[in-house]
Design a protein around this ligand. Structure first.
Ligand SMILES: Cc1ncc(COP(=O)(O)O)c(C=O)c1O
Length: 379
């Protein structure tokens, strides 16, 4: 018998009741029934993003909202600052480049969080920077960046925005958009929102909307102003991923029922248990100083073939974990715990890790990782 489990940081496992809802016959998106769903979703997203402003929804993967957060905010000749501590930080730079936006990179060693002081220095000496692009959680390295501290710095610069890719942050740990003064927060459906890929989200502060007003970069599908007008009428500008909207209403209700505090606490516990477990096995964390609660990046020990380990997870147990990307390829595996995950999911994936490492000749005492996880999961 074969069972499959996703422990990749997107797509993630989905609640069966949500899958069933999405399997219902499709409705038309200009019908009152859909508008009602849209209306509920708008409220649910505001709760999730912790903002009073509209959260825009696009039918695309998360990168669509990232692209929109460049093309709708900036204008020709504007400069940007990009935090580059992994693959997704690099993506901000690539999007800027595609739109002809010159950017100053703040290159961060992979596995480390950015030092906000560096951002402050650059902003002080480059008053033409209009936006600071960063991740809340850099999924490729398992790092959590200090978004609150960065926001405090950017706030001092009247003509500069802080734009946060919270694709693996929203619904995982606390990112109170309005309270922290974040100007743009983007996310996607296939992570903590417990949905298939296909929806991207972007929320904007009042300050960011002013930038939208003057932005002259080319845009068509990802047009924030147009989408805002549509959303206010419980409509999307173009045909939305209707079934995903139906699922989104369900998952937002689940989140509301658990409460944000509960959701964050659960992720904190799952992440802490995973980290404790791998450490108990004598493994090292790739992001020891500032780990994200979305995904745990683990260094592959000496003598173990990382790619083989990842393949064996799937071959032997039907488990998908993520390998390292780019310069981290073969050096790490990434075990996700964001979204529809509970305590025993951690026990299972750690148990599988132990069995595989044992088979591959890594020396440790079986059960030590599971024990360390259980000790945290029982608290
Ligand atoms: C932090 C982060 N940013 C951006 C993306 C890109 O999102 P998508 O693949 O949905 O376009 C991902 C996806 O893994 C991510 O984790």
């Amino acid at each position: 018998m074969e069972k499959k489990y996703l422990f990749s940081p997107g797509p993630t496992m989905l609640p069966p009741e949500v899958l069933l809802k999405m399997a219902e016959p499709i409705m038309h998106h200009r019908e009152p029934e859909f508008e009602k769903i849209f209306d509920e979703i708008r409220e649910g997203l505001k709760y999730l993003f912790q903002t009073k402003n509209e959260v825009l929804i696009f039918t695309s993967s998360g990168t669509g909202a990232m692209e929109g957060a460049v093309s709708n905010l900036l204008s020709k000749g504007d400069k940007a600052l990009v935090v580059r501590g992994g693959k997704f930080g690099e993506r901000w730079g690539e999007i800027c480049k595609a739109y002809g936006i010159e950017f100053i990179p703040v290159d961060v060693e992979w596995g480390r969080a950015v030092d906000p002081e560096k951002i402050q220095e650059i902003l002080k000496s480059n008053p033409s920077i209009r936006a600071v692009y960063t991740q809340a959680s850099e999924t490729s390295t398992g790092v959590k960046h200090p978004v609150k501290e960065i926001a405090e710095i950017v706030k001092k610069f009247e003509n500069t925005l802080i734009v946060v890719d919270a694709i693996t942050g929203i619904g995982v740990f606390n990112i109170p958009m309005d309270e922290w003064g974040l100007d743009v927060v983007v996310s996607g459906s296939q992570k903590a929102l417990m949905l298939p890929p296909g929806l991207a989200f972007a929320a904007l502060s009042d300050k960011a909307w002013k930038f939208v007003e003057r932005s002259d970069l080319p845009k068509y599908y990802f047009n924030f102003k147009k989408e805002l007008k549509s959303a206010q009428k419980n409509q999307s500008s173009y045909t939305p991923a209707i079934s995903l909207f139906v699922g989104l209403r369900e998952t937002l209700n689940m989140i509301r029922k658990e409460g944000l505090e509960g959701v964050f606490r659960r992720h904190e516990k799952l992440a802490a248990a995973t980290r404790a477990a791998v450490k108990a096995l004598g493994l090292e964390l790739y992001a020891p100083d500032s780990p994200s609660n979305a995904v745990t990046a683990v260094k592959i020990p000496e003598g173990i073939d990382g790619e083989r380990l990842k393949d064996l997870f799937f071959e032997k147990f039907g488990i998908t974990v993520a390998e390292g990307q780019d310069r981290a390829k073969g050096k790490i595996i990434r075990i996700a715990h964001l979204g529809y995950y509970e305590r025993l999911d951690v026990v299972m994936v750690i148990s599988a890790l132990e069995m595989l490492l044992k088979e591959m000749g890594y020396n440790f005492e079986l059960g030590k990782g599971v024990k360390a996880a259980e000790e945290i999961l029982m608290t």
